[in-house]
Design a protein around this ligand. Structure first.
Ligand SMILES: Cc1cc2nc3c(=O)[nH]c(=O)nc-3n(C[C@H](O)[C@H](O)[C@H](O)COP(=O)(O)OP(=O)(O)OC[C@H]3O[C@@H](n4cnc5c(N)ncnc54)[C@H](O)[C@@H]3O)c2cc1C
Length: 444
């Protein structure tokens, strides 16, 4: 496990100001490792890619590390379009990567944020059962959370729930005091500044088309030429499957699920003190629309989950032909649709109808009214789906020799980012060894 000690010297926001380059890959397609070659190239300057580069440089300050992103700024996608909840590990199967890395990652992100002056609000959350048939599942969550080692868990009756959340209604609620909120985009920017301060390169505005095996380790084909690396890690979020061999892997694909938020107008923010969550459907990876009080005091309600027509499709009508064509050709989409068409139809309806959205919210906070809601931001989740239509629940990392791909990193990957980064840094050390010889067993 890397030591997360502050190494100092990094200026907040420095990545954006001075340390980042545009199009820094070797121009002209030269195929030799040279002055421009790096030891490790990380594709994706989201929170996972940046945490990985940060951890790698902490463990091996001698390595030349570059982080490439197609966008002109870091954390342009999922890492800045999320609820901002530092999850405590309630939902995840004990022994899963999610359970382990969420717990360790939460502690690490909290420590990192505190050392960098980034506010973390430990507001706790309540998971509220509003129907008798949800009580069994709520008890199951309590047991799971206890098995995952969460502290201070308590079942609340309706009165105790109202003491904590005066405007919430429910039959029973699970109190999870460890849950916190943070601005993950701010964490990502601080990570980027640390990477640059440690000698890493941020190469922004440079799309990577492929990472290919090469006798030097790996070669990245970018829109600015080729970049040679001794090893490559793809942390490409919504595009992660495009880095898995073979390029159009039929086994598993990323499907983009858009989630819209409403925000509560300032005079209605007092309706929610902390985090109010529903009891989720255990068969689905999404937690259901919830109320989130953010670190800036605003309150978001959402997100819903509808299939997006573009991997980075934040608007209802955003459409990208390549993404739609690939989705349509993927049998997993149709099998998923056959299994979940009722849920999907309800989500589409709730997406189109503010009244339907409001009805979902009122089950938990009956006083919320239409006039309290204004349109908020949207995010698009990268969810890996198998060809049989099942959704990949756990985090998944695929390694092919010196090329590693983070294939499925949905929520709580922002919480878990530094622990995922630790894991990838250890893998990289094993792959690179001291001799530069190839290695790294395939596997997940
Ligand atoms: C609506 C929503 C709510 C969420 N809520 C939470 C929450 O409360 N708590 C939590 O822990 N998690 C939450 N998550 C999940 C969390 O945000 C993600 O798991 C996490 O941000 C993933 O980080 P990432 O770095 O893997 O992906 P991203 O942040 O998506 O980063 C991937 C990067 O790769 C770049 N990239 C992709 N392809 C290429 C290419 N070909 N060339 C160069 N660059 C490329 C992209 O531009 C992008 O910057 C939520 C997600 C969503 C969408």
């Amino acid at each position: 496990m890397a030591d997360d000690a502050e190494r100092g010297g990094a200026e907040r926001g420095g990545a954006e100001r001075g340390g980042a380059e545009r199009g820094g890959a070797e121009r002209g397609g030269a195929e030799r490792g040279g002055a421009d070659a790096v030891d490790v190239a990380v594709v994706g300057a989201g929170i996972v890619g940046l945490a990985t580069a940060y951890r790698l440089l902490q463990r091996r300050p001698d390595l030349r590390v570059a982080v490439l992103d197609k966008e002109p700024a870091v954390a342009a996608h999922q890492s800045s379009h999320n609820s901002g909840v530092l999850h405590s590990g309630v939902y995840y199967a004990p022994g899963s990567l999610k359970a382990d890395l969420c717990r360790r990652g939460k502690r690490a992100v909290e420590g990192f944020a505190e050392r960098h002056g980034i506010p973390v609000e430990r507001c706790g959350k309540v998971i509220v059962a509003v129907r008798p048939d949800e009580l069994g599942r709520l008890r199951g969550l309590h047991e799971r959370a206890a098995a995952n080692g969460l502290a201070g868990l308590r079942m609340l009756g309706p009165e105790e729930l109202r003491e904590r959340e005066p405007h919430a209604a429910g039959l029973r609620a699970l109190l999870v005091p460890e849950t916190a909120v943070v601005d993950f985009a701010e964490v990502a920017r601080a990570l980027a500044a640390e990477v640059v301060a440690a000698g890493g390169r941020l190469v922004l505005g440079t799309a990577v088309q492929a990472t290919e095996p090469h006798r030097t380790g790996a070669v990245l084909r970018t829109d600015a030429g080729a970049l040679h690396a001794r090893a490559a890690i793809a942390c490409a979020g919504l595009h992660s499957d495009r880095f898995v061999d073979p390029p159009h892997d039929a086994e598993e694909r990323i499907l983009p699920f858009r989630g819209d938020y409403y925000t509560l107008v300032p005079e209605a923010r007092s309706l929610c003190r902390g985090l109010i969550y529903p009891v989720p459907d255990p068969a689905l990876p999404f937690l259901g629309v919830h109320f989130t009080r953010r670190v800036d005091g605003s309150v978001w309600a959402g997100p819903n989950a509808v299939l997006a027509l573009a991997r980075e499709g934040y608007g209802r009508t955003t459409f990208r032909w390549r993404d739609v064509r690939e989705m349509a050709a993927f049998p997993g989409l149709w099998r998923l649709g056959r299994r979940w068409w009722r849920t999907g139809a309800a989500e589409v309806w709730r997406d189109a109808s503010r009244s339907a959205f409001l009805r979902s919210l009122r089950r938990y906070v009956p006083e919320v009214e239409r006039r309290h809601l204004s349109f908020g931001p949207s995010g698009v989740r990268a969810q890996a789906v198998r060809a049989d239509g099942s959704m990949v629940d756990d985090f998944s990392i695929v390694s092919r020799g010196r090329r590693v791909v983070v294939r499925n990193a949905p929520s709580p990957a922002a919480t878990a980012s530094l622990a995922i980064g630790d894991r990838l840094a250890v893998m990289m050390e094993a792959v690179l060894g001291g001799t530069g010889a190839g290695g790294g067993a395939d596997g997940r």
